[in-house]
Design a protein. Structure first.
Length: 34
């Protein structure tokens, strides 16, 4: 996962998209999908 960590540190768009994906996954897991 070195590439993932590099992208998280250096690419704001990648980091923002990753946060969105994580939040969506959490919403599905907790049943709070909008």
């Amino acid at each position: 996962m070195p590439v993932h960590h590099l992208l998280m540190a250096e690419d704001p768009a990648y980091a923002a998209n990753r946060v969105q994906i994580e939040n969506q996954a959490f919403a599905y897991e907790t049943g709070t999908v909008e």
